[in-house]
Write a protein that binds this ligand. Structure first.
Ligand code: ADP
Length: 631
C-alpha cells in the first residue's frame, strides 16, 4: 500500500510530539475528545437546521474504551465523520500555521512546551503517547469507510475499510513504558475517568466508558462474602457547560482550566467575567481577559470574536460583531436563547438581539476593566502593557466613536510621578494656575526628559504626560479635552505660561528683531514657515515646533507608514532671546551676514536632532561644527 508523506510542517510538528518532553502528555485525551465533540456538533447542527439526519440529541455520544491486552485506547464518536479527502487534508496537513511560525522564534528545549501550551496541537498530540495511531472514519450518509494509519513521521496510509456506523474511531497503540514515563496509566479506567472529569467535564455529549466494577454476590454469607465482577457503562462527564453553572459552584481553577483548554492559552486569564442576564436580552456570557497578548495580536492575522451559541448549540466560532475593536483581546463565549439556529452570518450582522447583547458586553467589559484599575492596579498595569495600545487605537478609531467609553481606562507616563497615571489622577493634581493637560511626545521616556520644550513647565512644577507610542498623539487630539480640560502639547505655540507682561515683552522683542528673524527664515530657504522668539525655553537656545493641526510627531508617524502620501508639518524655529547665542546672532546680523546664514542652518540642524529627526545633510552639519571648532 502506498505510504504517503506528511506535509513538511506537519512532519516537524509530529517529530516534536513523538520526542516530546512535555510533562502534561495527558492532554492528548482532551484534544481527541474535543475533536469528537466538534464532529458531533457539526452533525447535530445539521440535524437541527436541515432536519435531514433524523437524529436527535440523545443519539450522540463519545465512547472511550481500553484494551489492556493489546495496550490500546480508543475514542469513538458518532459525529460527521471524514471522507478519504478529509483524512488526507485534515490529518496530513497542519492547519495551525501560526504555531510553527511561533516555534521558530523559540529555543529548542522550551519549544514543545510553548507550542503545546499556546496552541494545543489537536490530533497530533496523540503521538505523545501512542506509537501507532489508527483512525477509522465513515462520513454520515456515506456507505464507504476509511482507515488512516500512521506510526509517526515516516508517513501514513489511507485505505478503504469496513465500519458499521458513521463517525470516527481513533485507536491509540500506546508506547512502551520507560523509566521516566508510564504510558500504562492510560489503560487504567480510573485514571481515564479522572482525566475526563478534569479536562472534558463540560463536553455537552456524554463521554461514556465501560467500567469494571465488583459487587458482593447476593447469596454469599455475611461472614464469608464473595465478590463478582461486572461491567457498567458510565457517563464520565457532567455535560453541563461551565457557563450554565452557578458561579458559586465554580472555583478559579475551573474557569482557568476551561479557558486554557478552550482558547489555547498557556497562562491563566487575567480576569474572568461570568454573567447571566435576563430581560430584553437573555444570555449567559463567559468572557476572559488574557494575561498576555497572543503573539499575533497586533497583526492582521489576529481575528477577534466570541464563540456564539444559540441555546447551547455552537453556531459561530468567532463572531466579530459581539466585540468592539477596542476590546478585541477579549476571549470567550455567549450563549443566548434569543437567537435562531438558522441565522446566517449576513443576517447576524443586522440582528437586533445580537446588537443588544454586544452593547451590554461592551459596558460590562468596560466596568470590569475599570474595577481592575481601581482595585488591582498592578494587575491592570500588566494588562495595560499588553493591551493598552489597543485601547489607545480605540480612542482614535472610527473618528473617536469610543473615546468617551475608553478615556477613564487610559494610562500615561507622568513626568512628576515617574509612573503610569490616569487622566483623572492628573486632573486631580492640577495646579490652580494650570490651564491645560500638558503632554510631550517622543520615542522614549529618556528622550522626552531631555526635550528643551519642557524646561519651563517643569520649572513651574507642572506635570507632563509622556506619549511614547505612535498612536498616542492621534488619540489625545481625538479626545481634545478630558473633563473640560484641554490637552496641550509642550510644542504648542501657547502653553498658557506667560503673564501678560511677559507676552508683551516677547512680542516687543519680536518686533525689534523682525528683520533678523525674517533674514533667518529666508536663510533656511523654505524649511521653516517662521522663525520666532519664545518664552518656553530656559537653558536651550533653540527648539522646533509646528503650527497648525499636524505636529512633528504626527508627521513622523504618518511618513513612516508604508502607504499614503508624505506629509509635512508647518515647522517653526523658536529662539530663546535670553540665551547668549541670541546675542551673538544679533551682532552677526550687523557685522557678518554670511556667518549668520551658516549659524541659521546649524541651529536648525540642532533643533532637528533634539526632536529626534534626521538632519538633512549630516556631512555639511559636521563640517560646520568642525569649522567652529578650529576658529
Ligand atoms: P483542530 O481540531 O484544532 O482543527 P486537529 O489537528 O485536532 O485540529 O484536527 C484537524 C481536523 O481534523 C479538524 O479540524 C477536523 O476537521 C478533523 N477531525 C479531527 N478529529 C475528528 C473527528 N473525530 N471527527 C471528524 N473530524 C475530525
Amino acid at each position: 500500500m502506498e505510504q504517503k508523506q506528511f506535509q513538511a510542517e506537519s512532519k516537524r510538528l509530529l517529530d516534536l510530539m513523538i520526542n516530546s518532553i512535555y510533562t502534561h502528555k495527558e492532554i492528548f485525551l482532551r484534544e481527541l475528545i474535543s475533536n469528537a465533540s466538534d464532529a458531533i456538533d457539526k452533525l447535530y447542527y445539521h440535524s437541527l437546521t436541515d432536519n435531514v439526519t433524523g437524529l436527535s440529541r440523545e443519539d450522540f455520544a463519545i465512547d472511550v474504551s481500553v484494551d489492556k491486552e493489546h495496550r490500546t485506547l480508543s475514542i469513538q464518536d458518532n459525529g460527521c465523520g471524514m471522507t478519504a479527502e478529509d483524512l488526507e487534508s485534515n490529518l496530513g496537513t497542519i492547519a495551525k500555521s501560526g504555531s510553527l511560525a511561533f516555534k521558530q522564534e523559540n529555543g529548542e528545549q522550551k519549544e514543545d512546551i510553548d507550542i503545546i501550551g499556546q496552541f494545543g496541537v489537536g490530533f497530533y498530540s496523540a503521538f505523545m503517547v501512542a506509537k501507532h495511531v489508527t483512525v477509522l472514519s465513515k462520513p454520515f450518509g456515506s456507505n464507504q469507510a476509511w482507515r488512516w494509519e500512521s506510526s509517526g513521521a515516516e508517513g501514513y496510509t489511507i485505505e478503504q475499510c469496513e465500519k458499521d456506523s458513521h463517525g470516527t474511531e481513533i485507536i491509540l497503540e500506546l508506547k512502551e513504558d520507560t523509566e521516566g514515563e508510564k504510558y500504562d496509566e492510560f489503560l487504567d479506567q480510573y485514571h481515564i475517568q479522572e482525566l475526563v472529569k478534569k479536562y472534558s467535564d463540560y463536553i455537552r455529549y456524554p463521554v461514556r466508558m465501560d467500567m469494571e466494577r465488583s459487587r458482593r454476590k447476593e447469596e454469599s454469607p455475611d461472614d464469608k462474602p464473595e465478590y463478582e465482577s461486572y461491567t457498567e457503562n458510565v457517563t464520565l462527564n457532567s455535560m453541563v457547560p461551565i457557563w450554565k453553572k452557578n458561579k458559586s459552584e465554580l472555583k478559579d481553577e475551573d474557569y482557568n482550566e476551561f479557558y486554557k483548554n478552550k482558547f489555547m492559552d498557556y497562562d491563566d486569564p487575567a480576569r474572568v467575567i461570568h454573567s447571566s442576564t435576563e430581560g430584553s436580552a437573555t444570555y449567559n456570557a463567559l468572557l476572559f481577559i488574557p494575561s498576555r497578548a497572543p503573539y499575533n495580536y497586533y497583526s492582521r492575522d489576529y481575528e477577534k470574536g466570541l464563540q456564539l451559541y444559540a441555546s447551547g448549540v455552537l453556531i459561530m466560532d468567532k463572531c466579530p460583531d459581539l466585540l468592539p475593536d477596542c476590546f478585541s483581546f477579549v476571549k470567550g463565549l455567549v450563549d443566548s436563547q434569543d437567537l435562531s439556529l438558522n441565522i446566517s452570518r449576513e443576517m447576524l450582522q443586522h440582528d437586533r438581539q445580537l446588537k443588544l447583547i454586544a452593547g451590554r458586553l461592551e459596558k460590562k467589559i468596560h466596568s470590569e476593566l475599570l474595577s481592575m484599575l481601581k482595585n488591582e492596579r498592578e494587575k491592570y498595569e500588566a494588562f495595560w502593557k499588553n493591551f493598552g495600545l489597543q485601547l489607545k487605537y480605540g480612542v482614535y478609531d472610527g473618528f473617536g466613536a469610543k473615546k468617551d467609553l475608553l478615556a477613564d481606562l487610559l494610562l500615561f507616563h507622568s513626568s512628576s510621578e515617574n509612573k503610569l497615571v490616569t487622566l483623572e489622577e492628573y486632573i486631580g493634581r492640577m495646579k490652580e494656575s494650570q490651564k491645560y493637560i500638558y503632554y510631550a511626545c517622543g520615542e522614549t521616556i529618556e528622550r522626552i526628559n531631555l526635550l528643551p520644550q519642557t524646561e519651563r513647565l517643569r520649572d513651574q512644577g507642572f506635570e507632563i504626560l509622556y506619549l511614547t507610542d505612535d498612536v498616542d498623539e492621534f488619540a489625545v487630539k481625538m479626545m481634545h479635552t478630558h473633563q473640560e480640560k484641554e490637552f496641550r502639547s509642550v510644542s504648542d505655540k501657547d502653553l498658557g505660561l506667560e503673564t501678560e507682561e511677559e507676552k508683551e515683552e516677547i512680542k516687543k522683542q519680536g518686533e525689534e528683531n523682525k528683520d533678523m528673524l525674517n533674514f533667518l527664515k529666508d536663510a533656511l530657504d523654505g524649511k521653516v514657515k517662521e522663525v520666532r522668539l519664545t518664552g518656553r525655553l530656559k537653558n536651550h537656545p533653540v527648539c522646533l515646533s509646528s503650527d497648525g493641526p499636524l505636529s512633528l510627531e504626527m508627521e513622523k508617524v504618518l511618513n513612516a507608514a508604508p502607504t499614503g502620501q508624505k506629509v509635512s508639518a508647518d515647522r517653526v524655529l523658536e529662539l530663546n532671546s535670553s540665551h547668549a547665542v541670541f546675542e551673538t546672532m544679533r551682532k552677526l546680523y550687523d557685522s557678518d551676514k554670511d556667518k549668520l546664514k551658516e549659524y541659521a542652518s546649524l541651529l536648525y540642524s540642532q533643533a532637528l536632532l533634539i526632536e529626534g529627526m534626521p538632519v538633512e545633510d549630516p556631512v555639511a552639519f559636521s563640517n560646520a561644527v568642525c569649522n567652529l571648532m578650529i576658529q
